[in-house]
Design a protein around this ligand. Structure first.
Ligand code: COA
Length: 167
């Protein structure tokens, strides 16, 4: 397996600046990073897989050595098929730890040659999540600085919020 290639998996429903922060840090460590969007319907995503892929492609267009892809099934199988060896996950707060620890150990059990690397985003993003972003957007709040402008546009369309409020 290729120690030079890392996979950054997630739902990205939608991608936030916190995700982009982690991705940027990952590109400083690995020559190639694959952003892998899960097509798992269990989370009942607000955006289709195609929409999430498009948002990620747009927001990462200026970043180098990044591929945006989707996967189904086990993450470790996708990592192996991609000839990668590393999974990148973001740790925002202690509350993330238990879930991430469980997932990393299960992934290790499933495939011992896959290594999980945790990165911390800038502290200004520690409270950020896709569902918080959706909640703010649904009620017409500002998302400036929290998501890429193209993602904010998509959210406004999803919740039918006018781009320039009247008055
Ligand atoms: N900035 C902002 N938000 C972040 C973030 C960051 N740096 N890192 C994580 N999050 C948020 C996400 O927005 C998401 O928020 P939400 O719950 O409000 O939507 C939440 O943290 C967790 O989402 P995500 O990082 O996308 O992970 P996930 O739990 O949705 O998906 C997979 C995790 C896809 C990696 C996992 O489900 C998986 O591997 N699935 C395949 C099956 C498998 O192999 N399972 C593993 C066996 S243990």
């Amino acid at each position: 397996m290729n120690q030079q290639c890392a996979v950054y998996p997630g739902s990205f429903d939608p991608p936030t600046n916190g995700h982009l922060d982690i991705l940027l840090r990952a590109t400083q460590l690995f020559p190639k990073v694959i952003v892998a969007v899960t097509d798992n319907q269990n989370k009942n995503p607000s955006f289709t897989l195609e929409e999430r892929l498009t948002m990620l492609r747009t927001t990462t267009s200026k970043m180098h050595n990044i591929k945006v892809d989707s996967f189904s099934g086990l993450l470790v199988d996708y990592v192996q098929q991609s000839r990668a060896s590393v999974i990148i996950r973001g740790l925002r707060a202690v509350s993330d730890f238990e879930y991430e620890f469980q997932m990393a150990l299960m992934n290790r059990r499933l495939n011992r040659s896959v290594i999980t690397v945790f990165l911390m985003p800038d502290e200004s993003y520690t409270y950020l999540s896709s569902s918080v972003v959706r909640e703010v957007a649904r009620h017409g709040g500002s998302l400036r600085g929290l998501v890429h402008p193209s993602v904010e546009k998509k959210l406004k369309k999803l919740y039918r919020i006018p781009s320039h409020p009247i008055g």
